[in-house]
Design a protein around this ligand. Structure first.
Ligand code: GLP
Length: 231
């Protein structure tokens, strides 16, 4: 799963050095990021012209706190890949003006002609970024009240109990319009939601299920995450 995802990101940058890349946090893509950094060094791929954005961010969590998307993306991908600050734009979870924060992100995505490659994990409730069940799939970047399962699993990323309530996220329309929309999932805990995502009805109750409508959508899973598929 991780090799495949890293290779797709590398191909994207080889074909378009100034690609706009969107990255998720969470545990699932960690090995992808490690392999990506190794492969980029080995193959001497030039990432100096690409631009990187974060898929989402926890509202109210400072960027220097481990568990914030800022901190984790810098640690796991931007530092290892030597991506400069001028090549990065992340949602500011501390912004007092959430609307303008989302507007900035939308303008940036538009200026680049859309996202070239978006790598997402999937929540056990089917969320993509912080597009939670019930989300309007036509939305671009927006803030979202977090679902109880997201609030509970979210605590696992932090060293101390952290107040979580809302998230900032790219919208499903931006993911669906990405030239490559990748979802990675591994482990038994994702088997049920992967079945709903790829074999179930396309519904905003399972936000990830919209990937079925994307010609450029790719779901990459391991055997355990695939264990409930019947087709
Ligand atoms: C988190 C993040 C998502 C992530 C998802 C799955 O809440 N906001 O961007 O993809 O949940 O995380 P994990 O890969 O740790 O299962």
């Amino acid at each position: 799963m991780s090799v495949a995802a890293a290779d797709i990101i590398i191909d994207c940058v080889k074909n378009k050095p100034n690609a706009l890349l969107a990255f998720a946090t969470g545990n699932t893509p960690l090995l992808t990021y490690k392999l990506l950094a190794e492969k980029v060094k080995e193959q001497q791929i030039d990432f100096s012209k690409c631009f990187c954005i974060g898929l989402d961010e926890w509202v109210g969590v400072p960027p220097n706190v481990k568990g914030s998307c800022h901190y984790d993306l810098h640690e796991h991908i931007f530092k290892p890949l030597d991506i400069k600050q001028s090549q990065i734009y992340l949602f500011d979870g501390l912004s007092a003006d959430i609307l303008s924060e989302c507007k900035k992100m939308n303008e940036l995505v538009r200026e680049h002609g859309g996202v070239d490659c978006l790598l997402a994990g999937i929540g056990v409730n089917g969320h993509i970024g912080f597009n939670e069940p019930g989300v309007d799939p036509s939305l671009e970047a927006h803030d979202q009240l977090l679902h109880p399962t997201t609030l509970a699993s979210g605590q696992n990323y932090f060293k101390e109990v952290t107040k979580l309530e809302k998230g900032l996220t790219l919208g499903l329309s931006q993911a669906m319009n990405a030239k490559k929309f990748l979802i990675v999932a591994n482990g038994k805990s994702k088997a049920d939601i992967i079945k709903k995502t790829v074999q179930g009805e396309v519904t905003n109750e399972v936000p990830a299920s919209y990937i079925q409508m994307c010609e450029n959508g790719i779901v990459i899973i391991d055997k355990e995450a695939a264990s409930e598929l019947t087709k």
